[in-house]
Design a protein around this ligand. Sequence first.
Ligand SMILES: Nc1ncnc2c1ncn2[C@@H]1O[C@H](COP(=O)(O)OP(=O)(O)OP(=O)(O)O)[C@@H](O)[C@H]1O
Ligand SMILES: Nc1ccn([C@@H]2O[C@H](COP(=O)(O)O)[C@@H](O)[C@H]2O)c(=O)n1
Length: 239
Amino acid sequence: MTDTTTSSAYDADKVIAIDGPAGSGKSSVSKAVARRLGFGYLDTGAAYRALAWYVLERGGDTADADAVRAAASDLPLRQRLDPDDRRVLVGGTDVTAAIREPRVSAAVSGVARVPEVRVQVNEMFRAVVADAEYPAVVVEGRDITTVVAPDAPVRILLTAAPEVRAARRAGELAGQDAAAVAEALHRRDASDSAVVDFLHAAPGVDVVDSTELDLPQTIDAVLAVIRRRRDADKEPHHG
Ligand SMILES: Nc1ncnc2c1ncn2[C@@H]1O[C@H](COP(=O)(O)OP(=O)(O)OP(=O)(O)O)[C@@H](O)[C@H]1O
Ligand SMILES: Nc1ccn([C@@H]2O[C@H](COP(=O)(O)O)[C@@H](O)[C@H]2O)c(=O)n1
């Protein structure tokens, strides 16, 4: 995996942590929030997806933990924090579109289930935040509020009813069978939630449920949580 040596110290105060299940709107909302506030944006799922793509590219199977560990040890991943630049590169290959293909979505939970790989990618995410040339970074994934940045001043669980998430994802993947899209999304959530809990908010984590909200309303709801938490941090503490 890319070099994680960092010149600056990791500071959890720089993180806006957002977790949630598949299709809950994490990427769309986090990107918009980062743009609005002039922050960086880190899509941690893209790193897991790039690793799954790399395993498959080498002819491996993500159910094989040894193959996953071997691929993780030399994954030449490049990803920027600019919310307007979503490119993901593995070596010289632009995998931005490939990592969203159903074959990668179906394989990615295999890499996410290898504990050493999770430790390794989490170190990489913290190093990226430490070196970020932004005042803060919106980091989204599944275990950001609980494992990667449990001390972040703003931690949000973004949820929506399963059928709403499935319908939104099916809307994106026009032409694909809606029932199959929903089934794949729920299967991935079931597999991922056996590894980390992103279905229940940990203590101190704010929940934003977008089931009844459209995208702009959800972005506003997340911005309101950020404002409230950051204002509360500025108030003098008594006692
Ligand atoms: N509140 C909302 N109302 C309507 N559509 C939404 C809302 N939030 C997100 N969407 C749409 O739902 C789709 C899924 O959102 P997005 O890709 O951001 O989810 P995600 O949580 O990052 O998913 P994944 O974890 O699978 O990558 C997108 O097409 C997005 O525009
Ligand atoms: N913090 C994270 C982020 C992602 N994963 C795994 O990656 C998959 C793809 O994530 P998306 O956000 O792009 O859907 C996801 O299904 C998990 O398997 C993770 O484990 N932890």
